[in-house]
Design a binder for this molecule. Structure first.
Ligand SMILES: [Ca+2]
Ligand SMILES: [Ca+2]
Length: 289
C-alpha cells in the first residue's frame, strides 16, 4: 500500500469509527460490493411499534470486522463465494450524536450471501428484539395512558392524548406549557420495582416532537426516605419527529432504589413566540434484558 493511500485510509478509519483498513490496491483481488438496504424492523403484537432509528450497520463478514456503515449505499468487500454477514444495528444513544453504539435490545442479523468479484449484491437487514427483552410498559396513547402521575403538583398541567401531531396511529401524548403554567412535569402511574441491578441493559425508547426542551428522568423511591428526582437528559426542540434511546442501567445499578417512575418535564420559553408551547411523545417503551 502506498503511503498516501495508507494515510487516507487511516484518516477515513478515524472518521468512520475504526473502519478496518484493507488494501484495495491489491491488483490480484477485485472486491465484491454489498448494498446495505435501509433497516426494516419486525415486531410481534406484544412488542408495540416497529418504528426505529437505526442509523448505522456494524458489519462483520466471516467473523472479520468490516466497519460501521451507513445503510442505503454500496461498499466494497474483499470476499468471494458464500459469505456470512453479521450485522448489528447502531443507534445514537441518549440522543448524543457522538455516542454511536450497538443497540443491545435487537438481535444481530445474520445474512449469508454468495458474492462475486465486481458484482453488487444487496443485503436486507431486518431488526428484531432480542428474545430476552422484557417489556415493562408500552404506551402508544391510542386510548388511556400511563403518564397520569402529577409530579409538579399543579392540576392545570398534565399529559393528555392528542391528535394534533401523531407519529403512529391516531393519537400521541401532549404536554403543554404557557406563561400561566410554565412547568409541566408528569410521571408514570406505576412505580417499577424489579428493574435489573447487575448492569443488564435498560432502555427507554420514545418518539418525540418537541417545541420546547423536554427532560427525561426518574422519580426514585426507597422505604422511609424522601422521593428523589433525577433528570438524565434534555431533548432540544426540533421540527418533526425524532426517536431517542435512553440508557438507564447505570443509574439503576448505582442508585439501588426500591422503585422508579419514568418522568418527563417541559418548561415555557418566554423568548419564544407563541403559546401554549408543546411537546408530543409517542411509542414510549421501557424495556430491559
Ligand atoms: Ca400513537
Ligand atoms: Ca401537573
Amino acid at each position: 500500500m502506498k503511503n498516501t493511500t495508507l494515510n487516507i485510509c487511516l484518516l477515513f478509519s478515524a472518521m468512520f469509527l475504526g473502519l478496518s483498513c484493507k488494501d484495495f490496491n491489491n491488483p490480484e483481488q477485485i472486491p465484491a460490493y454489498v448494498y446495505i438496504a435501509p433497516f426494516q424492523k419486525e415486531v410481534t403484537l406484544a412488542q408495540g411499534s416497529n418504528s426505529h432509528q437505526v442509523t448505522e450497520a456494524w458489519m462483520y463478514a466471516d467473523l472479520n470486522f468490516l466497519g460501521v456503515y451507513e445503510p442505503g449505499r454500496a461498499y466494497p468487500v474483499l470476499a468471494e463465494g458464500l459469505t456470512n454477514f453479521r450485522i448489528f444495528g447502531g443507534i445514537r444513544e441518549n440522543a448524543i450524536d457522538e455516542l454511536i453504539s450497538i443497540y443491545p435490545m435487537y438481535d444481530s442479523i445474520v445474512i449469508n450471501k454468495e458474492l462475486k468479484a465486481g458484482r453488487t449484491d444487496t443485503l436486507y437487514p431486518v431488526l428484531r428484539y432480542n428474545s430476552k427483552t422484557t417489556f415493562k410498559f408500552i404506551e402508544d396513547f391510542e386510548s388511556n395512558h400511563i403518564f397520569t402521575h402529577d409530579v409538579d403538583n399543579n392540576t392545570n398541567t398534565r399529559l393528555e392524548v392528542s391528535s394534533e401531531f401523531v407519529k403512529e396511529g391516531t393519537r400521541s401524548g401532549k404536554m403543554e406549557v404557557s406563561e400561566a403554567s410554565p412547568v409541566n412535569e408528569v410521571g408514570t402511574t406505576f412505580i417499577y420495582e424489579d428493574l435489573p441491578v447487575s448492569g443488564e441493559a435498560i432502555f427507554l425508547e420514545m418518539d418525540y416532537y418537541a417545541e420546547v426542551p423536554l427532560f427525561i428522568g426518574l422519580e426514585m423511591f426507597n422505604p422511609g426516605q424522601p422521593t428523589e428526582k433525577y433528570f438524565k437528559l434534555q431533548l432540544l426542540p426540533r421540527v418533526g419527529w425524532n426517536k431517542v434511546y435512553v440508557r438507564f442501567n447505570e443509574e439503576v445499578r448505582g442508585f439501588r432504589k426500591k422503585g422508579y417512575r419514568i418522568i418527563f418535564s417541559t418548561s415555557y420559553d418566554p423568548a419564544k413566540e407563541g403559546q401554549p408551547q408543546r411537546a408530543f411523545i409517542d411509542n414510549v417503551k421501557l424495556i430491559h434484558l
